[in-house]
Structures are given as structure tokens and as C-alpha cells.
Design a protein around this ligand. Structure first.
Ligand SMILES: *[C@@H]1O[C@H](CO)[C@@H](O)[C@H](O)[C@H]1NC(C)=O
Ligand SMILES: *[C@@H]1O[C@H](CO)[C@@H](O)[C@H](O)[C@H]1NC(C)=O
Ligand SMILES: *[C@@H]1O[C@H](CO)[C@@H](O)[C@H](O)[C@H]1NC(C)=O
Ligand SMILES: *[C@@H]1O[C@H](CO)[C@@H](O)[C@H](O)[C@H]1NC(C)=O
Ligand SMILES: [Zn+2]
Length: 466
């Protein structure tokens, strides 16, 4: 809808995500605004809402009118141990601050134009809120969010709910049924080099004195340096890379491709996000774990592809996204483009935060408990048992990284994460998120990267030129 348009008699329905939601009432399919955290959002006329709520067991209905850009704010699933009790974890301070439009941070000045309007609060629970703000505030809201809150922009009009087509699921099931130990795959994935992972992450965080990177925040100069550096190093492994701009002011996505040796449109995609977020008010955002770890794992896989002389049968893409911290902007743009092209994605796996586990805990692999394709998640779990048996595998409620963008477009997708449980990294969204610190485990990064790599080799098929 247009900004500031009043939709008469419309209501907002917020109800727990359920892949079968649209079978509750077909009128909802024209009213779907996406799924955020654990909840799906609909804006529909009151007749549709009334007839739907009869068959729903949970949900919130609120009046809806006169919106600008809608933003979903979600408190992340974090361990109690790292939650401060102070006001910095409170949303109220931000909400009241947003009513003072003259406040502008240095980072924002780069992308801000001028006009700012009052914020509207449409719905609020202890762990989520739906607000409406002007578009400039929307884009830069991560720079003022309390640390454990994440933001997601809602589309400006309803979006189709696109399930993964059954033949795409069948193809993943086929891959799952043919998983078995392959000594060649084992020797290839074991070749990921930890010293190289360490060198790469130190460049991306700026811990390496030769690196000029202070921040990889999507609006920072460091993100542009990182994008160019990633492109150069992925290309050195034989990939063709493009820096794909998606929104003014944001650093680009880095999209790298290896063409398959077989004539097919099928493509297997691995990804991470290279943008980062620092402490409130700080310009330093090293993002050593979030998500320098996933980005470095991706590069470690690429370097091994080159070292081992691997060619893939199907097409392969390795993508480092930007704009994740502002609400999956980069990946949403790219997944939408792939859907519009009718891309033939076999599966995709996003790596976000691979480096940390609490002291005394074994190395782990966390898989999404909700957003993602269960068959892809199972494939990853089964490959982990074979190639990285040292990992304790379990589900995580930490949600949702760039795989959600692909999930929304009906592509088979999942995520790999560092912990079978909530976020426990004390440096999460903190300017102290460096690679050289207690709890940051390069062995675990390698173990999880091996699983992502094994999934790629298994799903794409490969030959060794060595
Ligand atoms: C995946 O692994 C589980 C646990 O070992 C096993 O029960 C299941 O059969 C495997 N799935 C497939 C399709 O091989
Ligand atoms: C990876 O393989 C190369 C040869 O292909 C070998 O020189 C190197 O030592 C191996 N590295 C690791 C970490 O296994
Ligand atoms: C690849 O396959 C497509 C569709 O099957 C066909 O039109 C095209 O000619 C093939 N290209 C080559 C190089 O074989
Ligand atoms: C995807 O690739 C498979 C295998 O080549 C093919 O059967 C299928 O038609 C393709 N689908 C699309 C949408 O291109
Ligand atoms: Zn992240």
C-alpha cells in the first residue's frame, strides 16, 4: 500500500507460524506479510480476520491503519547468562527515543535524507513488537536497537506464501537416501586449513595489523573493503564473482559461481553474511563470530576447492550477503531475483555464527527448529554424523538468518549455527566480537564448515583433477 494511506476496516493478525496456515482460510493468502521470529503477519479486512480467528487457537488481532514502513522487532533467543538486567536490553527506551526524530547517528548520516515522521506502535509482546516508521529510520534502525533485538522490514504489500514445491523436496529426499561415507569426500573436507581460516578472519575483523577494516557494518567503508577483498580471494579459487548492489547505501552482495561440468540448470548454494554489528554507539564492529566465522568458512571451502582441483557437476554458488543485520535485505533481494528467474536451486545452506560455544561444552552444530526445509536440515544432520562426528547436533531457536529469504521464496534451505540451544556468545552484537578470545573455537568452525562442504559435494557431484 502507499505510505500514509488509510486502509479502512483492516485488521492486523499475528499468529504463530504454521506451514499449513493458508488452509485455515484461503482469504489469508492475499493478506500474508511474511513470517518474523515465531509469528506470521496478515493484514486483511475484518470479515477475513473474523472468519479466520474462529479456526486459530492463538494470535493477536489489532486495528491497522495509516502505516509507513512496517518493521518487526524481535528479541533473539539468548541464554539468560549473557542477558544484562540493565535498560540496554529494553525496547522501551528505543521506542520512546524514536518519537524524537532529530536524533541521528554518524552512520545514519550517510544514508539519511531528511524527513522523519512519528513512530507508530502497532503491536507489542515481551519479545516482539511491530512498529511503523519512515523508510530512512527503517533502514538504519539496527544502529539504535538494544543489543539482543533484531529488526525485519515488512513488504509494502502482501506477498505470496510460497511453499517448497514437492518435486524440489523429493530431490532433497533422494540426496538424503544416498548419503554414505565417501573417503574422497572425507579427505577433501578435512583439507580445510585452520591456519588459513585464522588468517582470513583476522583480516576481516581488522585484528591483522595489515587490514584497514574497523567495521563491516553494511553502511561502513570497511564493508566495501571486505566485499572487494572477498571477491578477489574467491576469484583466485576459480570462481567468477559479482558485487551485486541491492539498495542504495548498503554494501553489495558478493555472489560467486562455479559453472557445472554437466549441462544443467541445477545449482547448489552455500552462503554467509559478511556484514556485522557492533556495540551501541561504537564505530568498531569486527564481527569475528557474527558472521566473520561463516564468511571465513565459505572462503575456506573455496580455497580447498582450488587446492584440490575440484570441479562440480552441477552449478555452484557461494554467496556472502550484506544487509543481514538490518533485516535480511541483501539475501531477500537475491532470493527474489532467483525466484523471478525460476532458478533451479537444489538446496542452500546458510552459515551464521560458527565459532563460539560456552566453556566446558563440546563442539556443536545447531540446526533451525522452525524456519527451513526439514529434509535439508536432516541431510545436514546425517552428513555431520559421518564427516564431523565430533559435533553434538541439536536444534536451536536462534532465528533467522539469510536462509529465511530463500525459505520465503520456496527454495529448499537450512542454516548451520554454533550451538544446539540459544545464543550464548557474550560478544554477540558487541564490538569485542574478535577471533582471539576465550570460547572462540577454530576447530568447531572447521567441523561445521566440513559439514557444509560435504553437503555441497554430495548435492552438486564433483570430480577431482588432482
Ligand atoms: C539419517 O540418520 C538417522 C540417524 O542415524 C537415521 O536413522 C536415518 O535413517 C538417516 N536418514 C536417511 C534418509 O538415511
Ligand atoms: C591439503 O592438501 C594439500 C595437498 O593437496 C596438502 O599439501 C596440505 O597439507 C593439506 N592440508 C591439510 C590441512 O590437510
Ligand atoms: C543444454 O541443454 C539445453 C536444454 O536441454 C539445450 O537446449 C542446450 O543446447 C544444451 N547445451 C549444450 C551446450 O549442450
Ligand atoms: C531443474 O533441474 C532438473 C534436473 O536437470 C530438471 O529436471 C528440472 O526440470 C529443472 N527445473 C527447472 C525449474 O529448471
Ligand atoms: Zn548473523
Amino acid at each position: 500500500m502507499l505510505a500514509n494511506t488509510v486502509i479502512p476496516l483492516a485488521s492486523l493478525l499475528i499468529t504463530p507460524y504454521d506451514p499449513h496456515i493458508l488452509s485455515v482460510n484461503p482469504c489469508l493468502s492475499d493478506s500474508y506479510y511474511g513470517t518474523y521470529g515465531t509469528q506470521s503477519v496478515f493484514v486483511a479486512d475484518n470479515a477475513c480476520i473474523d472468519s479466520s480467528t474462529n479456526s486459530l487457537t492463538q494470535g493477536i488481532v489489532a486495528p491497522f491503519s495509516a502505516v509507513q514502513q512496517l518493521i518487526w522487532l524481535q528479541h533473539q533467543a539468548v541464554e539468560e547468562a549473557i542477558k544484562p538486567v540493565s535498560f540496554v536490553d529494553e525496547l522501551d527506551a528505543l521506542l520512546s527515543e524514536l518519537s524524537h526524530p532529530e536524533y541521528v547517528t554518524a552512520d545514519e548520516q550517510r544514508v539519511l535524507s531528511n524527513q522523519r515522521n512519528e513512530m507508530q506502535l502497532l503491536s507489542r509482546t515481551a519479545s516482539s513488537a511491530l512498529i511503523s516508521v519512515d523508510s530512512e529510520t527503517a533502514r538504519t534502525i539496527d544502529t539504535r536497537l538494544p543489543r539482543f533485538w533484531k529488526s525485519s522490514p515488512l513488504p509494502s504489500s502482501p506477498v505470496p506464501f510460497i511453499p517448497v514445491p514437492s518435486d524440489a523436496v523429493k530431490r532433497v529426499r533422494q540426496l538424503l537416501s544416498t548419503v554414505k561415507f565417501d573417503p574422497v569426500v572425507a579427505s577433501v573436507v578435512n583439507n580445510i586449513s585452520i591456519p588459513q581460516l585464522r588468517r582470513d578472519i583476522r583480516y576481516l575483523t581488522g585484528e591483522d595489523p595489515a587490514s584497514s577494516i574497523v567495521s563491516r557494518h553494511s553502511f561502513s567503508d570497511g564493508a566495501l573493503v571486505a566485499a572487494a577483498w572477498l571477491k578477489e580471494h574467491f576469484e583466485a579459487t576459480g570462481a567468477s564473482c559479482t558485487l551485486k548492489e541491492f539498495l542504495n547505501g548498503f554494501a553489495p552482495n558478493v555472489v560467486c559461481s562455479y559453472k557445472g561440468t554437466v549441462n544443467t540448470t541445477e545449482t547448489v548454494l552455500l552462503s554467509a553474511h559478511y556484514d556485522s554489528r557492533g556495540s551501541f554507539g561504537s564505530t568498531r564492529a569486527p564481527g569475528g563470530n557474527d558472521d566473520g566465522s561463516g564468511t571465513t568458512a565459505l572462503l575456506g571451502i573455496a580455497r580447498t576447492i582450488a587446492r584440490k582441483g575440484i570441479t562440480f557437476r552441477k552449478n555452484v554458488q557461494l554467496c556472502a550477503f550484506a544487509g543481514e543485520e538490518q533485516g535480511l535485505y541483501g539475501s531477500r533481494y537475491y532470493a527474489k531475483e532467483l525466484r523471478e528467474k525460476d532458478a533451479n536451486l537444489t538446496l542452500m545452506i546458510q552459515a551464521d555464527m560458527l565459532g563460539y560455544h560456552a566453556a566446558g561444552e563440546p563442539p556443536q552444530l545447531g540446526l533451525p527448529d522452525r524456519i527451513g526445509t526439514p529434509e535439508v536440515t536432516q541431510l545436514v544432520a546425517n552428513l555431520s554424523a559421518i564427516y564431523s562426528p565430533e559435533l553434538k547436533v541439536g536444534f536451536t531457536p536462534a532465528c533467522c538468518s539469510d536462509h529465511q529469504s530463500f525459505h520465503e521464496q520456496g527454495f529448499p534451505a537450512t542454516q548451520v549455527f554454533e550451538r544446539a540451544g540459544r545464543i550464548a556468545d557474550p560478544m554477540y552484537h558487541n564490538s569485542g566480537d574478535l577471533s582471539e578470545r576465550e570460547g572462540y573455537d577454530f576447530e568447531q568452525i572447521k567441523s561445521i564448515a566440513k559439514v557444509q562442504f560435504a553437503a555441497l559435494l554430495h548435492a552438486a557431484g564433483f570430480d577431482l583433477l588432482e
